[in-house]
Design a protein around this ligand. Structure first.
Ligand SMILES: [Zn+2]
Ligand SMILES: [Zn+2]
Length: 400
């Protein structure tokens, strides 16, 4: 099977590369992926043994291989949305849309999954189960993964496990990175509104300065992570926006702030939320002001299932070589909406190296110069094909 895959992957690679570049040239923002979804749907429609499902949201595309075959079902997921960034790669197939680009490699994820569907369809009769291909909108903004899970993407056929990959510019092409356990953070964005009393800048004693209150709140918030969270746990509290005031000689009555909390264990969330609210409300009160806090539910933390992580690690070592599977992976305080799938079924996500082997560095994700590396496409496809096949052949279990 291994040799069979490498031959088939080579065969589809030129089409997959062309498709990746086509998507790259026509990026679309979260929940606006109409043209992207149409392009994917058109291609999937040409693949044998594949049943393309009606959309769950408008811009998703989900297809099932071997829909009528008994046996387990593995879900493979690619996100398909782009970012509000003006591209600076200088490539011939650069974005044709002003201010929108594929700067997170989702064009590469979608092309990898299409290639995987093309290859697996050719060996469909050798697979003892089903493969569900999910081209998911709105990873960057809006949590499309959460919406799909709510609307039943894990049912009919019922999904036994879910696997995804993400382009990783910090490792070279030909390598992957994976580890079990908590790998990405949960987020709680929050908004703060401070109400003081406005006054002339020369008469501070006649007002309550919302800017000074905001400053004290920001300083006090620094104690949440440094003084109340176990140093063995990972958490972040960041204020990313502050707005107040209209002139140099006016003490403003109101100040508004926005920020985000990140943490890797679900249980930390409640502790952080309580602490944040208490510090903000009471610090404002101590200065004679009032403050309102609104905490928003963000993405949950991403947990890589032990057995699936072991399956991916073993597969990577056999395909790419022992040295090309990085397992010393630090927890990322970034977020990922694949975590919604992981809340419902065993799931794992691995990172796919895209840095050219000869280079020491590569532009970061979300950088205007980032571009998915086409050399990584065949590697991603082979990994997906092998993982799915091994999972189904093991009767729907990860193999340690
Ligand atoms: Zn991103
Ligand atoms: Zn991404």
């Amino acid at each position: 099977m291994q040799d069979l895959f490498s031959g088939l992957v080579q065969e589809v690679a030129p089409q997959v590369i062309a498709f990746r570049r086509e998507l790259h040239a026509h990026p679309e923002l979260s929940f606006q992926e109409h043209e992207t979804a149409r392009r994917i749907r058109d291609r999937l429609g040409q693949i044998a043994n594949l049943q393309v499902l009606p959309p769950y949201i408008e811009t998703d595309v989900v297809a099932v291989l071997n829909a009528d075959m008994p046996g387990p079902c593995i879900l493979l997921r690619a996100d398909i949305d782009a970012l509000p960034i003006q591209e600076e790669t200088g490539v011939a197939y650069a974005s044709t849309r002003q201010g929108v680009m594929h700067a997170c490699g989702h064009d590469g994820h979608a092309a990898t999954l299409l290639g995987t569907a093309m290859v697996l369809s050719r060996v469909a009769d050798q697979l003892p189960g089903k493969v569900k291909f999910v081209f998911q909108p709105a990873e960057e903004d809006g949590g499309g993964g959460g919406v799909l899970c709510e609307r039943g993407v894990l049912d009919e056929p019922k999904v036994d496990a879910a696997v995804a990959l993400h382009a990783w510019p910090y490792e070279p092409v030909g390598s992957i990175a994976i580890r079990p356990g908590w790998v990405m953070a949960a987020s709680n964005p929050f908004k703060v509104s401070i109400q003081g009393v406005g006054s002339h800048g020369a008469y501070p004693h006649r007002g309550i300065d919302s800017i000074v209150v905001a400053a004290h709140i920001i300083t006090a918030l620094q104690t949440i992570v440094s003084r109340t969270i176990d140093p063995q746990d990972a958490a972040v509290v960041t204020i990313g926006q502050i707005h107040a005031g209209t002139a140099e000689n006016i003490i403003p009555a109101r100040a508004e702030m926005e920020g985000t909390m990140r943490y890797t264990r679900l249980e930390l969330g409640e502790q952080l939320r309580q602490r944040l609210s208490r510090i903000i409300e009471h610090t404002a009160q101590a200065h004679g002001a009032t403050a309102r806090v609104e905490i928003i539910d963000g993405y949950p933390p991403m947990y890589n299932d032990d057995d699936l992580s072991a399956l991916i690690t073993t597969t990577g070592r056999e395909l790419l070589g022992e040295a090309n599977v990085v397992t010393a992976v630090p927890v990322s305080m970034g977020v990922e909406d694949f975590a919604y799938y992981a809340q419902k079924v065993p799931a794992a996500m691995f990172r796919l190296g895209v840095r050219p082997v000869a280079s020491d560095s590569y532009p970061s994700l979300h950088n205007p110069a980032f571009n998915f590396n086409d050399d990584a496409l065949p590697i991603g496809i082979r990994m997906f094909c092998e993982i799915a096949t091994r999972f189904l052949r093991a009767g729907g279990r990860g193999t340690k």
